[in-house]
Every structure is written in structure tokens, then in C-alpha cells.
Design a protein around this ligand. Structure first.
Ligand SMILES: O=P(O)(O)O[C@@H]1C[C@H](O)[C@@H](CO)O1
Length: 293
């Protein structure tokens, strides 16, 4: 059995670490966006429609982790979308990359320290609800934090109640803003793609293995509509610091619930579907941000 870690100074970033990283990043631009977007696997295409982009590579920020996954380029992009200032994270961190959970979502605290109040999270996910299809877009109405339920909650560790952190004990019901969901659905319908839209429950697994068929049946029995390997730590930290949150899953593959299927999903399948939906996601976000107060 692993030794219990009693040295709390080795868990988490301090308030000062977060502020320092925020200052380094902000020193690259005069823009001060209040909208932050984290781009999921292959979903960085939104950056192609950012006007007057200013790019800040993660490796220029001392103490910032590096992206190791294909489809996550590892940089911030400041600019405007439909004239509104935004900050994009092109590349998120995943638990399966070997980062401890508190590191996975640390950038959300840095975003808060930079002035972000609205957090738009995107991800690639597998469809568990068998009425979904590859290429559908699911708005998160709730999530299941499977790592959190089994002892790997992102908020474990010392808590600092100053601005970029939050209360020791956090209610996580109602994390995903229902007004945002309604607006996003309206945008999709106006663009003629209401048929692709779903609202459902995202379950996070640690990864990097995709689910076995028996595991997938369990996830579905839990009530999840889509499965992925991210987002939940970020939305919990965003919620902790008082942000308004939208979660969008692109259903990049359908997960088999019946034994005997020959289909085996790959990361390339995920990237391909994300690429096929890139232009539509751009259009949706360009329109959606105009509706954020
Ligand atoms: O960063 P997201 O959650 O969009 O990435 C998903 C989950 C894995 O990282 C990867 C699997 O292909 O895509």
C-alpha cells in the first residue's frame, strides 16, 4: 500500500504561483477578456476564426505544464470572436498524461486570476446513449465525476479561500448554466443544426483506455449519456471560483454496449470527427459569444 502523503506543501499551486503565471501571460497583451474557452481534442479550430490573435505558448510560462496529446497544441490565444474579447486554451491537461488532478485543472485558476468569469468547455466524447449519433453535439446538463467519487476529486489538498480558489466544501449541482444551454440551442437551431443537438450527462473516466464493453454498460447504467477523459475537473474548479459554465461535448464515436462488436475506436477516429465538425463549431461559437452578457 502506498505511503500516505502528510506533506501538504507538495500538493497544489499556491495563490502566489497562480498570480505569477497570470501576470506572465497577461504581459503579452493589453486585451482583458472575461470569456475563456478550453478547446477539446481536435477542437482547436475555433482559434482559426479569432480576430487579431496573440499567441502565448505554455512553455513560455514558468511552472506551466506542457501538452503531450495529439490535437492539443499547447498555447493560449487572445483575440476577439465576433468582436468580443476571448481567451482560448488550445490544449488541456489530462489525468492520464500523468498529471495529478490538482495540476490538470490549475489553468482554470490562472484564467480566473486573469479576469475570466465565463468558462466555455469543449471536449470530444463517446456516445453511450444509443439514440445519439457520431457527430452529434451534447450540451452538458450535469456530470458524473467518476475519479472524484473514487477519491481523486480535483479539490483535494490544501484550500485557500482567496479570490481564485473558493470554499472548502463545494456544492456541484447546477454547475452548467441553463441560460447558456438555452442560448446555445437557439444558435444551433438558427444555423439549421438543431437536429444534432442533445442535452445530457457526461461521465469522466481517467483514461487513457477507452471503455471495455462491460464498463460502458456500467457507465450507461449510472445514467451517463457520453463518456470522456476531461472537463469535469475544469468545471469543478471553475464552479469553485464562481464562474458561469457551458460544457459542450462533440460525440466523436459511439460506444458499443453489446458484446461481440468488431469496432475498436482510436484517437484518430476522434480527431477525424472533430475535424469534420470544426467549421460548424466555429460558426456556433461565433454566434454564441454574441449572446453572453
Ligand atoms: O480533451 P478531450 O476530453 O476533448 O479529449 C478526448 C479524451 C481523450 O483525451 C481523447 C481520446 O481520443 O479525446
Amino acid at each position: 500500500m502506498a505511503a500516505i502523503n502528510t506533506d501538504l506543501s507538495k500538493i497544489g499551486y499556491t495563490y502566489e504561483d497562480i498570480q505569477r503565471m497570470a501576470q506572465v501571460i497577461l504581459s503579452n497583451t493589453n486585451l482583458r477578456p472575461s470569456i475563456g474557452i478550453i478547446c477539446g481534442t481536435g477542437l482547436g479550430g475555433i482559434a482559426d476564426v479569432v480576430e487579431n490573435p496573440v499567441t502565448v505558448s505554455y512553455d513560455t510560462v514558468p511552472g506551466f505544464p506542457v501538452s503531450t496529446v495529439k490535437g492539443h497544441s499547447g498555447k493560449f490565444v487572445f483575440g476577439t470572436l465576433s468582436g468580443k474579447p476571448v481567451l482560448l486554451m488550445m490544449g488541456r491537461f489530462h489525468y492520464y498524461e500523468g498529471y495529478p488532478m490538482w495540476k490538470v485543472a490549475m489553468p482554470v485558476r490562472v484564467m480566473k486570476a486573469m479576469g475570466i468569469e465565463t468558462l466555455l468547455l469543449t471536449n470530444a466524447a463517446g456516445g453511450l446513449n444509443q439514440s445519439y449519433k457520431t457527430g452529434d453535439i451534447m450540451l452538458l446538463k450535469d456530470h458524473i465525476d467518476l475519479p472524484g467519487l473514487t477519491g481523486e476529486c480535483v479539490l483535494i489538498g490544501k484550500n485557500d479561500e482567496r479570490q481564485v480558489f473558493g470554499p472548502r466544501f463545494l456544492a456541484t449541482n447546477g454547475t452548467y448554466d441553463s441560460d447558456f444551454r438555452g442560448k446555445f440551442l437557439r444558435v444551433a437551431t438558427e444555423l439549421g443544426h438543431g437536429d444534432l443537438m442533445k442535452e445530457g450527462i457526461y461521465i469522466m473516466i481517467g483514461g487513457p483506455t477507452f471503455s471495455s464493453t462491460a464498463e460502458a454498460r456500467v457507465l450507461r447504467m449510472f445514467g451517463a449519456d457520453a463518456v470522456g477523459m476531461s472537463t469535469v475537473p475544469e468545471s469543478v474548479v471553475g464552479r469553485h471560483s464562481g464562474m458561469r459554465i457551458l460544457g459542450v461535448s462533440l460525440i466523436t464515436d459511439m460506444v458499443e454496449l453489446e458484446d461481440g462488436s468488431q469496432f475498436q475506436v482510436t484517437h484518430e477516429d476522434v480527431l477525424r470527427t472533430a475535424n469534420e465538425r470544426a467549421q460548424l463549431m466555429q460558426k456556433m461559437f461565433l454566434k454564441f459569444v454574441t449572446l453572453i452578457d
